[in-house]
Design a protein around this ligand. Structure first.
Ligand SMILES: N[C@@H]1[C@@H](O)[C@H](O)[C@@H](COP(=O)(O)O)O[C@@H]1O
Length: 242
């Protein structure tokens, strides 16, 4: 495990974007596992700058997003489809056909999970999976539970997750109750995982996840088993490691 600490968000964003750029320069057809939430926004901004400066391109790259809400129209400004368009895809040259995001509006959600898994199977392995961290240790939308699921599945969101994400909606009752998420098995199969955590409110959960017992009650703790995990923490999130 390679844990890196950053005194400010700008340096973290530059380092994370640099890691992704380095991969794309070495392997232009890399498979990227992408995350949403507040955490990666600055990384995508830094990545777009590298693209605009022509250090990288996305013409041959492929992407798979971790998750999507169930029941939000893709056009809803809080859908992860809309998020990805806004923060990354509208500003780079990745072909639309190379972009994959689970469809939370599929008529048959189980069939959608199977469809997403077969697309993931086709690429065999994600080269670099970017992850944020939920306050309860969730990664993607893999919530703490007595057991975890390997493949793409439908999950009922925990109250604390809905409360945390309510800041993006007008009210709590507008936050979807369910999501479709890539499973822990797919995440752990990635060649490299980049976990990014910011803020004092996540200092304890990230410290527990990386130094405490490996337990499905803290899904991020399973990342301890990954052979190639890079963790980037800002000063506030990393405070318990010193
Ligand atoms: N499903 C997403 C996760 O992929 C994200 O990593 C996490 C943290 O979000 P944020 O970065 O906004 O704190 O919660 C969301 O619910």
């Amino acid at each position: 495990m390679d844990i890196r600490f950053f005194p400010n968000n700008e340096l973290l964003n530059t380092a994370a974007a640099g890691l992704i750029a380095h991969l794309l320069q070495a392997k232009p057809n890399a498979v990227l596992g992408l995350a949403t939430g507040g955490t990666p926004v600055g990384i995508y901004e830094a990545l777009i700058k590298l693209y605009e400066q022509q250090h990288i391109h996305f013409r041959e790259a492929i992407s798979f997003n971790l998750d999507e809400y169930v029941g939000l129209p893709e056009t809803h400004d809080q859908s992860y489809h809309a998020y990805m368009q806004q923060h990354l895809f509208s500003q780079i040259d990745m072909p639309e056909t190379s972009i994959h995001i689970p469809n939370g509006n599929a008529a048959d959600l189980q069939a959608e999970c199977s469809r997403y898994d077969s697309l993931l199977d086709k690429v065999k392995q994600i080269d670099l999976q970017i992850l944020g961290l939920g306050h309860n240790g969730h990664i993607g939308f893999n919530e703490p539970d007595a057991g975890l699921v390997g493949g793409t599945h439908i999950v009922e969101l925990k109250e604390e997750t809905r409360l945390a994400n309510a800041r993006y909606f007008d009210s709590l009752d507008q936050v979807p109750t369910h999501a479709i998420t890539m499973g822990i098995g797919t995440i752990l199969k990635a060649k490299t995982i980049l976990l990014v955590v910011r803020g004092a409110d996540k200092a304890k959960i990230v410290h527990d996840a990386l130094t405490g017992p490996i337990t499905t009650e803290n899904p991020a703790s399973l990342l301890q088993t990954h052979p190639n995990l890079v963790v980037m923490l800002d000063a506030e999130a990393g405070v318990l490691f010193s």
